[in-house]
Design a protein around this ligand. Structure first.
Ligand SMILES: Cc1cc2nc3c(=O)[nH]c(=O)nc-3n(C[C@H](O)[C@H](O)[C@H](O)COP(=O)(O)O)c2cc1C
Length: 194
């Protein structure tokens, strides 16, 4: 790989994949935002699926209509999905958000922070089967957080168990490598390429 983009910053979008209220996603997203804000090579966008409307009945092949998060996704060089496990898979809201967009994902890397009783491993594994259809590349490393609710302090803040923060930084390093590598292969207009 050339180091052409070595010094350039990357825009990373974190997609918060739970839309429940209340939700464990809140303290985890706050921790992620705090931790990722310390990384000097990235500019961060936090995209909360609970805050946007992506009506399922408006879906077409290739995506939905004008999306409230389309620009943010299109502008990202890579993604981190904060994803809980529901019934051995990922939440329906996550699939809907993926389906609503198409070119926005193409030739970009996707990393995962999974959580749930068993750490979200099946949610993450199943997302790895979905993203190739969107021409997105999932990165090998991931963060899996079992029983996150057992790691909240008295103020409800997530206190990561040993190894979790290190795993996040390892994952982000891998995401950076892929984001840099994929940037030159992105073509400006993928419209209609279904
Ligand atoms: C509908 C539903 C199904 C769930 N199924 C699983 C599961 O199959 N495996 C697991 O490890 N945890 C499961 N859980 C536990 C969630 O992963 C856990 O409560 C997580 O913190 C939910 O995230 P949220 O509060 O941000 O939505 C389930 C929770 C819900 C609401």
């Amino acid at each position: 790989m050339t180091e052409t983009n070595a010094g350039s910053r990357l825009r990373i979008a974190v997609v918060i994949g739970s839309v429940r209220r209340p939700r464990m996603a809140d303290p985890l997203a706050a921790w992620l935002e705090r931790e990722l804000s310390t990384i000097d090579w990235l500019d961060l966008d936090m995209i909360d699926l609970a805050a946007v409307s992506l009506p399922m009945h408006e879906l077409q092949p290739g995506g939905g209509g004008a999306s409230p998060i389309g620009d943010a996704l299109a502008g990202a060089d890579g993604f981190v999905f904060l994803v809980p496990e529901y019934n051995h898979s990922f939440p329906a809201a996550v699939k809907n958000a993926i389906d609503w967009h198409f070119t926005e994902w193409a030739y970009k890397p996707v990393a995962f922070v999974g959580y749930g009783a068993s750490g979200g491993i099946r949610a993450v594994a199943q997302l790895r089967m979905v993203f190739p259809e969107l021409r997105a590349a999932t990165v090998r490393e991931s963060v899996l957080i079992p029983m996150a609710w057992e790691h909240l302090d008295a103020d409800g803040r997530f206190v990561p168990p040993p190894g979790t923060t290190q795993a996040l930084h390892t994952t982000m390093g891998e995401l950076r490598t892929w984001a840099r590598a994929l940037r030159p292969v992105r073509v400006p207009d993928l419209a209609g390429r279904r």
